[in-house]
Design a protein around this ligand. Structure first.
Ligand SMILES: Cc1cc2nc3c(=O)[nH]c(=O)nc-3n(C[C@H](O)[C@H](O)[C@H](O)COP(=O)(O)OP(=O)(O)OC[C@H]3O[C@@H](n4cnc5c(N)ncnc54)[C@H](O)[C@@H]3O)c2cc1C
Length: 287
């Protein structure tokens, strides 16, 4: 289908983009890679009258270390995440998960900022950002603010962003050296969104879990941070009995839709299976 008519704007700075969004109000939407927004417009599920293309804003690009954090510009593509030596060394979870998103054509254009700002529970990066304790740096008409990924997602396609807000960067605390991580994603075919997926970051000490964080994708109308499940695992050796308890706790907070990816019970169980696999793999990678 052909999208409805819209005006196209290409600001050169974040300040200019925010001013446009503030002036044009709810009829305007930021455009990053367009690989979620344009399909929605073609289906007439989104009908913005103004698109504010962020592609001409250089300050939104790049990946750099800042103290104990890594800061990733919102317009950094998924392909650039995969190619970053800094990320591969410090937060290998991001490369692993990016390789499971869509296909190379989508990843060349789709951005990290668009993926996390979109609010689609099927997007992979939001649960990973919750797992990692990421902070979203945002600029809007009232100035700059920082929003925790864990508080950002309100319901499907509803986030803490206000209409004039632009997500400028994603700030991620580097997990401790020797941590283990994994992203396990069940999908019907290559390039598909998750039927269920689980992200794990953990540290081990003396054969026991010292710290653990878990994120779940596409098993509720928002991404999920499974904190209670992670707490069950701390102090354990990831023995079968404790993993089973943690899996049950994680499954208990899911509420997936019954759709083409399967009925509710199946998708709930698959969230548990993905979590158990991610825990085992993360442990095998931890020093
Ligand atoms: C065939 C196909 C398969 C896909 N499979 C997957 C998959 O398996 N997993 C997955 O995670 N994704 C998948 N995607 C989605 C893809 O990763 C998108 O690129 C991504 O979700 C959105 O990024 P974008 O840069 O394209 O954002 P856009 O489509 O440009 O924007 C998405 C939304 O976020 C808003 N937005 C964008 N940038 C900002 C910003 N800086 N500040 C504030 N708001 C902003 C827009 O206004 C819009 O509402 C798939 C897409 C396609 C076409």
């Amino acid at each position: 289908m052909i999208p409805g008519a819209f005006a196209y704007h290409r600001p050169k700075s974040v300040k200019e983009a925010v001013a446009l969004l503030a002036d044009l109000g709810e009829d305007a939407r930021p455009l990053s890679g367009g690989h979620s927004l344009i399909p929605m417009m073609k289906l007439r599920l989104a009908t913005p009258e103004h698109l504010i293309d962020l592609a001409g804003i250089g300050e939104l690009k790049g990946i750099h270390a800042d103290g104990g954090d890594i800061v990733i510009g919102a317009m950094t593509t998924q392909h650039e995440l995969i190619g970053s030596d800094l990320l591969t060394a410090k937060i290998p979870l991001l490369r692993e998960a990016s390789l499971l998103i869509a296909d190379p054509q989508v990843r060349y254009v789709g951005t990290l900022g668009g993926n996390v700002a979109n609010g689609d529970p099927g997007n992979d990066m939001p649960a990973i950002m919750m797992c990692l304790g990421a902070i979203y740096q945002v600029t809007g008409k009232k100035g700059q603010k920082r929003l925790a990924a864990r508080d950002f997602y309100k319901s499907a396609y509803v986030t803490a962003l206000e209409p004039s807000d632009i997500l400028t960067a994603i700030r991620i605390p580097v997990p401790p050296a020797g941590h283990g991580s994994a992203y396990e994603k069940l999908k019907r075919k290559v390039g598909d969104y998750a039927t269920a997926a689980a992200a794990v970051v953990l540290t081990m000490s003396g054969g026991k879990v010292a710290t653990c964080s878990i994120g779940l994708t596409n098993v509720a109308d928002t991404p999920l941070w499974a904190d209670a499940a992670a707490k069950i695992l701390v102090g354990s050796s990831l023995d079968a009995v404790t993993v089973k308890k943690a899996v049950a706790a994680a499954e208990a907070i899911t509420s997936p839709a019954s759709d083409g990816r399967g009925p509710i019970k199946y998708r709930t169980k698959m969230a548990g299976v993905m979590l158990a696999r991610a825990l085992a793999r993360a442990k095998s990678r931890a020093a």
